[in-house]
Design a protein around this ligand. Structure first.
Ligand SMILES: [Zn+2]
Ligand SMILES: [Zn+2]
Length: 382
């Protein structure tokens, strides 16, 4: 085992300020808008410089810089005001008094801690590194987890979304079914080939039911493991426990895939040895069977979808058991791989480091980075 943990990504310095366009004279005099934008940026910069000069003259700039530097580049620090006093309860003597007014910024500033890279590059980087270390420790030990955990059965699995109609894509071989070869930044990628026939309702409802599908999957998984071990679900916990870490990855078409690290431990968790029957093969089989069996029923009647004349739905509601009832399940493509140690050099199975980096990456990504949309919660105007 390597003693030196290697971070999945190079440490990046978050963008602080970019004095670029503000100092660029618009090259096209006819472009009045660009010129106005340049001027207002210059004016803003001039105002900021004047304020900084004033702070420097009163000796406040250095302490303010130190306070801001403590935020590690957070883009949207949380601003807090208030005070705290420590008293000796016996004597009433004031031992310590803190007031946010006395801070250089006049407020207490704390990191926003947002895990999404689009919201705060600095905080999401910290979150990604933390996630990496957490997952890595769960796979090879460290951070209070014994190294013996590396010998426990564990797999890396990907559970997918079923299809709701063909979309523009970049197949490994050949062209998109539309006849074109789409470049990486093509906005058409992930959009339906035939919007009239795409099952939008199914696609949206599937995402809405994804958390319930995952929860149901974990129930099935415990059931399958117990069955394979000849135990009941109730008695399983006296022999083995299940630990997992999962992330959702948004695809271009806007659907989520789940990636998860699943580990089988002894009865008291990572510190206890799993029973002899708990093998990687058993876990692999249980994950596949559980994923295939997982179903979630849509509550109530599905909303009516406007149907154009002559419309034939591209895909029938999944496994519709009776009219007016939708049943959701995972896609047929279920990937389960054994996780090998970092010292395992043969090709094929994924290593602990790959898995930790993968989970950490998707923990800091939302739909916005893949689909270019929906970075914020939708709010109705009326
Ligand atoms: Zn932040
Ligand atoms: Zn296409």
């Amino acid at each position: 085992m390597s003693a030196q943990l290697q971070l999945p990504y190079p440490a990046t310095v978050p963008a602080a300020s970019h004095p670029s366009s503000a100092f660029t004279t618009p090259t096209c005099p006819a472009d009045a808008t660009a010129s106005a934008v340049g001027r207002s940026a210059l004016e803003r910069r001039a105002r900021l410089t004047a304020k900084l000069a004033k702070l420097a003259a009163t000796g406040q700039l250095a302490p303010l810089t130190r306070q801001i530097a403590g935020l590690g580049g957070c883009a949207h620090p949380i601003r807090l005001t208030g005070h705290r006093t420590h008293l000796d309860t016996a004597t009433g003597e004031i031992l310590n008094h803190f007031d946010s007014d006395q801070l250089p910024a006049g407020e207490l500033l704390v990191r926003c801690g947002n895990r999404r890279a689009t919201r705060c590059p600095a905080c999401s980087t910290v979150y990604r590194y933390d996630t990496y270390q957490l997952i890595a420790a769960g796979l090879r030990g460290g951070k209070t987890v014994p190294t013996s955990v590396a010998a426990h059965p564990r797999v890396f699995t990907t559970l997918t979304t079923p299809g709701f109609g063909p979309v523009h894509n970049q197949p490994d071989t050949g062209r998109c079914p539309c006849g074109h070869t789409h470049p990486d930044n093509d906005r058409l990628l992930g959009t339906p080939l035939d919007p009239e026939r795409y099952d939008y309702m199914g696609a949206v409802l599937w995402n809405a039911h994804a958390p319930a599908l995952w929860a149901r999957f974990t129930t099935h998984l415990r059931r399958e493991i117990a069955k394979a071990a000849g135990l009941t679900q109730r008695t399983l916990r006296h022999h083995a426990t299940l630990s997992y870490a999962k992330v959702a990855e948004y695809q271009k078409r806007g659907q989520v895939h789940f990636h998860a690290v699943i580990r089988l431990d002894g009865p008291t968790g990572p510190t206890s040895t799993p029973p002899a029957w708990a093998t990687t093969q058993l876990l692999d089989h249980a994950v596949r069977t559980a994923a295939t069996r997982t179903r979630v029923h849509h509550e109530g009647e599905p909303p009516k979808q406007p149907q154009p004349a002559g419309h034939i739905p591209a895909s029938q509601p999944q496994d519709s058991e009776r009219a007016g009832r939708l049943v959701f399940r995972f896609g047929r493509q279920i990937d389960v791989r054994a996780i090998r140690g970092t010292d395992f050099t043969e090709g094929g199975p994924v290593t602990e480091r790959h898995v930790a980096a993968y989970i950490a990456k998707y923990a800091t990504k939302g739909a916005e980075t893949t689909t270019g949309t929906l970075d914020r919660r939708l709010r109705l105007l009326a």
